[in-house]
Design a binder for this molecule. Structure first.
Ligand code: ATP
Length: 310
């Protein structure tokens, strides 16, 4: 089953197409990364899903419920952790979470037990009685997460949750997100930290200029990337770029970056083998102190895709 369906979704602001006929699905149980450069349309897509932005055309369904026609059911299935806290500053954290529970008709001891668990998991237990206006930025971020999860939504959306947060909160957050995912929740994450996306997300979608330009399992997307990087350290300084231009595999060498007179970073085709490189170095009389081949990372793939389509 699909957790979220985006169906021919468009959002125009005058001439600007913030979303331009976007169609794709996020399957139930996925940890999905929504990536894209600034202004690509990620927040617009998420806000449309949460019913905060009205689409110019098209539909969004959350757990089968249309976010406009079945707004209440769709809202109940979704937990959005926004980038900023928009809440009454004069409530303390527990009051805020109890109030939020009330919006979903959730009351009683069982709900208070869940609020206690959320507070504990997000290291907020000590602060439960503190007014939100007295909280630091990182604490407010924790409250936002608790508010989004208070009704145990099936689909959890984390919109740039780690922008500007400290290492501790980052770890807490990822650990919690992984556990929620293991418990069967679908997680949609937008982030500019591609290392995080690579390690957490089983699938990613890449947006650019309001369109979806890639949608794939993270590992398949990385495996399809034609390049990798070679780190070379030489015993003696040498004009490596010139020598590589003469090699019979020169057409597969894309970039030679000198890090020092003896250290080089080379972008090359995956078709070149280590054996080929060693044979070439020996033939040229280039003595190697160290050789390291590094497969592409999600960041390389992301830059390659977004640069080639911009
Ligand atoms: N309320 C609005 N009025 C006019 N234009 C808007 C509005 N909201 C967003 N836009 C424009 O829509 C485009 C997509 O913006 P959006 O915030 O969805 O991008 P994003 O991918 O989330 O970017 P970022 O990574 O910077 O958060 C941008 O060009 C933005 O300026």
């Amino acid at each position: 089953m699909n957790a979220v369906e985006f169906i021919n979704l468009s959002k125009h602001y005058g001439e600007l197409k913030a979303l331009d006929d976007v169609s794709f699905n996020v399957e139930q149980g996925q940890f999905f990364g929504l990536l894209g450069p600034n202004g690509a349309g990620k927040s617009t897509l998420i806000n449309t899903m949460a019913g905060l932005v009205k689409a110019t055309a098209g539909h969004v369904k959350v757990m089968g419920y249309d976010v406009v026609a079945d707004a209440t059911a769709a809202r109940r299935a979704l937990g959005l952790v926004p980038q900023e806290l928009i809440a009454d500053p004069f409530f303390n954290i527990r009051q805020l979470l109890t109030l939020q529970s009330g919006y979903f008709g959730l009351r009683g001891a069982k709900q208070q037990a869940w609020i206690d668990e959320l507070l504990a998991r997000l290291s907020l237990t000590d602060k439960a009685g503190v007014d939100t206006q007295q909280l630091s930025g990182g604490m407010k971020r924790r409250v936002l997460i608790a508010m989004a999860l208070v009704h145990r939504p099936q689909v959890i959306v984390l919109d740039e949750p780690t922008a500007g947060v400290d290492v501790d909160l980052r770890r807490t957050l990822w650990q919690f997100a992984k556990e929620l995912h293991q418990q069967g929740h679908t997680i949609i994450l937008t982030t500019h930290y591609l290392e995080e996306a690579e390690s957490l997300c089983d699938s990613v979608g890449i947006m650019q200029k309001g369109q979806l330009i890639a949608l794939e399992k993270t590992q398949d997307l990385i495996a399809r990337h034609p390049y990798r990087h070679l780190q070379l350290e030489l015993e003696q300084p040498a004009e490596l770029a010139g020598l590589l231009q003469q090699a019979d595999f020169a057409a597969d060498v894309f970039e030679v970056q000198g890090l020092s007179p003896v250290k080089f970073k080379i972008k090359l085709s995956k078709s070149i083998t280590t054996a080929q490189l060693l044979a070439w170095a020996q033939q040229q009389g280039v003595a190697l102190a160290d050789i390291r081949l590094q497969d592409a990372k999600l960041e390389d793939v992301f830059l390659n895709i977004t640069e080639s389509t911009s």
